[in-house]
Write a protein that binds this ligand. Structure first.
Ligand code: ADP
Ligand code: MG
Length: 216
């Protein structure tokens, strides 16, 4: 059966409610959950292996710094045409361009800070699941679906700041109505309201977000 990789990105980890919401809507597709764990992969693994295809692109450095900043929820899901189904649910890459009812359109933070990674084709799905299986340990005795449900129920009652607010700040920064430093201050305040992460563990996130916003 077709298997694919899904990752909750750092904004999906820190923004607890939105991350839980995204995972819950993925579960509504009734996939088989072959693996679910919170992992902080090596930066090198993300840069060279997972995102190697993007090397040299204008967003690459920001993407790697962002993705390696916190631990990630790592999921291997299986099912008929699961990759296509999850990608449809996810919406377009850039949050503001994604269907407002899609995961990225509705819950993604802003621009390429888009909450969730998912394999983007059958071929990528095969490559990515093989690659990630080289760094994870799948225990056949574990019920990963239950683990994922536990994660969701832990965070689905967290307070949530609407992505509309993040996108307002993003637009104001792009339109030069506010300074980068001021945008970062507001972003930090908003992120802290949505999370149980220690301040120290999210302090670089606002700068990584503004950097992504200013990529264009
Ligand atoms: P997807 O995640 O939808 O498959 P890509 O594989 O093209 O998209 O890109 C990988 C990730 O790089 C995106 O999810 C996003 O986080 C980031 N990214 C891609 N394009 C841009 C861009 N133009 N500006 C900012 N970030 C981007
Ligand atoms: Mg992709």
């Amino acid at each position: 059966m077709e298997e694919m990789l899904i990752l909750l990105k750092p904004d999906g980890m820190v923004r607890r409610y939105s991350g839980a919401r995204a995972l819950k809507s993925i579960l509504e597709l009734n996939p088989e959950i072959k693996f679910f764990e919170i992992i902080k992969p090596d930066k090198d693994f993300l840069a060279e292996k997972h995102y190697g295809e993007h090397k040299g692109k204008f967003f690459y450095d920001n993407l790697i710094n962002f993705m390696s900043y916190t631990e990630l929820a790592v999921i291997i899901a299986a099912g008929d045409n699961i990759t296509e189904k999850v990608r449809n649910l996810l919406g377009k890459t850039m949050c503001e361009k994604a269907d407002p009812l899609s995961i990225r359109g509705r819950y993604g933070t802003t621009k390429g800070i888009n909450l969730v990674h998912a394999s983007d084709s059958k071929e990528t799905a095969e490559k990515e699941t093989t690659l990630w299986k080289s760094i994870i340990k799948i225990e056949t005795s574990k019920n990963y679906l239950e683990e994922m449900k536990k994660y969701i129920s832990k965070y689905e009652n967290f307070p949530m700041i609407d992505s509309v607010r993040y996108r307002e700040i993003s637009k104001a920064l792009t339109d030069k109505e506010i300074e980068k430093g001021d945008a970062e201050k507001i972003l930090k305040e908003l992120l802290m309201r949505e999370t149980d992460f220690e301040e120290d563990k999210v302090k670089e996130l606002p700068a990584l977000i503004t950097e992504n916003i200013l990529l264009g």
